[in-house]
Write a protein that binds this ligand. Sequence first.
Ligand code: DQA
Length: 146
Amino acid sequence: MTSILVLNGPNLGRLGSREPDVYGSGTLEDLGVALEETLAPGFEMDLRQTNDEATLIGWLHEAVDTQSPVILNPAAFTHYSYALRDAAALVTKAGLLLVEVHLSNPHAREEFRHTSVISAIATGVIAGFGFDSYLLALDLIQRRLG
Ligand code: DQA
């Protein structure tokens, strides 16, 4: 069984009520249901969210230790957290897939969102498709590892 970590950064626990015009009206629980429905045989996923940078870094270390592929929405940490980037680099340098995802398209938004300190060390990036960004990432990981 391959376990996929689906890690979400700050404020994503507020999905549903947070700027629904930007992020949609679905909650994190709704996202979990959609991901579960997309799981192929032999795969399981673990959806987590934290507002805390240290916790997110710890989960990336866990991905390395358990050899788990990662879907990561770093939220605002995307734009400035070198500590998170270094932890994410441990994942890809270990040969594990790490897909950076965003619900919105940060490049179509404010200038500060145009920079991702994560993208250069991610395996790839999917942004701008709402929940489908995650579902596409899950599908891709399952196709690569299945
Ligand atoms: C986000 C985009 C980030 O700029 C923002 O800080 C978020 C969510 C997205 O999924 O579109 O919190 O990562």
